[in-house]
Design a protein around this ligand. Structure first.
Ligand code: K2U
Ligand code: ZN
Length: 187
């Protein structure tokens, strides 16, 4: 498995809608494994293919140990009052903002064995799933901010982006044992 570079705001790949996965190949499974490794190294709880420069409709999620592979995910229903919570994004480092989203979401997706499944998530899992599916539609959390808040975020990003030449964020390997997952294969 390898840690991939993360694309940051400014890279057009983050704004391109993704293409449905038609065949689950060994290469796609390797990408899934690399996305989990990259996500853990970047201390995220979700990661979508565009964030590593790929255009497949694919994301991975691990919220409190609940790992989900989201291949061709679709939201089938949302429930509950909209809840506001602060969000960040691995592709927009150090920028945060409040985003309102439905509390609970039910999705239909395919797993890495090609099996279709339905999952329901609330709270952080529900929010993360919605954040990742937005990525697959070229949408970022800053799109939900009020014009004033977005202006503030963008001017902060104008300065911060100098640290990411080529809109690339290099992710360093975690220190061993810093963050281990039970079913993670040893390198
Ligand atoms: O897709 C991504 O950029 C990873 C996002 C996913 C996410 C954003 C907001 C709320 C929930 C999930 C995050 O940067 S992962 C970082 C993180 C870690 C713990 C809790 C919230 C966010
Ligand atoms: Zn994100």
């Amino acid at each position: 498995m390898s840690i991939l570079d993360i694309r940051v705001l400014g890279d057009p790949v983050l704004r391109k809608p993704t293409k449905p996965v038609t065949k689950i190949t060994d290469e796609l499974r390797k990408l899934i494994a690399d996305m989990f490794e990259t996500m853990y190294a970047a201390e995220g709880i979700g990661l979508a293919a565009p964030q590593v420069g790929r255009t497949e409709r694919l994301a991975v999620v691990d919220v409190e140990g609940a790992r989900h592979v989201l291949i061709n995910p679709a939201i089938v229903s949302t429930e509950g009052e909209k809840e506001k919570a602060e969000e960040g994004c691995l592709s927009i480092p150090d920028i945060y903002g409040d985003v309102e989203r439905p509390a609970t979401v039910t999705i239909l997706a395919t797993d890495e064995n090609g099996k279709e499944y339905e999952a329901t998530g609330s709270e952080l899992l529900g929010r993360c799933i919605q954040h990742e599916i937005d990525h697959l539609d070229g949408k970022l959390f800053i799109d939900y901010l009020s014009p004033l808040k977005r202006k503030a975020a963008m001017s902060k990003w104008e300065k911060a982006k100098a640290d990411y030449p080529g809109s690339i964020r290099k992710v360093r390997a975690e220190v061993k044992g810093e963050h281990h997952h039970p079913n993670e294969t040893e390198m």
